[in-house]
Design a protein around this ligand. Structure first.
Ligand SMILES: [Zn+2]
Ligand SMILES: [Zn+2]
Length: 253
């Protein structure tokens, strides 16, 4: 009995570590870096983030970026791939992955929104094969932790990662504070679970800023990672401070 409990505990701790790594890569690399060019990573660092996102999520960066940029282009209006205003927050929360797939079924989306991210040799060899990444990640967990503990860790990680990131698109456009006049919301508890992404109202007001916390008391763990990378000259920032969009400055939605 004790060994079963200790295996479960190990799986939970391992899943927490893997989910934190995946969320860090999602917010720093996929979102703030590639989608909004709010920071530029040294090529070697970008490669590490790319490998980690492949192993922990199987996401193809250009696909995530295309869907996300379309979300910003049509936020909460016709054309937004995952708007709770159009679809209801429950449908976005439960069907987030499906909504990404539906958006990507339109092949022109990559050409329109992610033309700056063409496939390279690494995509052709590894990163363009998302199932290979996921299976490799699961095998690594099984080898390191033992087969059942590794599988359980992968299962917990997958569910938590999908739930909290769906939460940014669903809860983060429905519940919470709106200091700026846009439909997105700030949820600090969700920001803790997503390395800062829960400060989503701030993000929509200043999409090209690398920092998502705008006021004292708001906590953006992703910014700690970015500041550390900057200190060691591993990343350069587009803006050193928060730069509001014109719509946010003029108070338009
Ligand atoms: Zn949004
Ligand atoms: Zn964004």
């Amino acid at each position: 009995m004790n060994s079963i409990l200790s295996s479960i505990l190990v799986a939970v701790i391992a899943a927490a570590v893997v989910t934190t790594v995946a969320n860090t890569c999602t917010t720093v690399y996929l979102h703030r870096g590639l989608s909004h060019r709010a920071l530029t990573l040294r090529p070697s660092v970008a490669w590490v983030f790319r490998a980690l996102i492949w192993l922990t999520t199987g996401i193809k960066p250009k696909e995530w970026v295309a869907v996300h940029r379309k979300h910003h282009a049509f936020t909460d209006s016709e054309g937004d791939p995952h708007s709770p205003v159009l679809l209801g927050w429950k449908r976005v929360q439960k069907g987030n992955v499906m909504l990404y797939r539906e958006a990507l079924a339109d092949k022109s989306i990559i050409d329109k929104y992610a033309r700056d991210l063409p496939d390279d040799k690494w995509d052709r060899m590894f990163f363009g094969h998302n199932k290979t990444g996921l299976v490799t990640g699961i095998i690594i967990l099984m080898v390191v932790l033992g087969p059942w503990t590794g599988l359980l860790a992968a299962f917990i990680h997958a569910n938590v990662y999908l739930a909290v990131n769906a939460g940014v698109n669903a809860l983060g456009h429905h519940f919470g504070r709106r200091p700026y006049a846009n439909q997105a919301t700030n949820l600090q508890w969700l920001a803790f679970l997503t390395m800062g992404e829960g400060l989503h109202n701030n993000h929509h007001a200043a999409p090209s800023s690398p920092r998502l916390s705008h006021k004292r008391g708001q906590i953006d763990p992703g910014w700690w990672v970015i500041s550390t990378l900057k200190t060691f000259r591993l990343a350069t920032l587009r803006f050193n401070d928060v730069r509001l969009s014109r719509a946010a400055r003029t108070g338009a939605a």
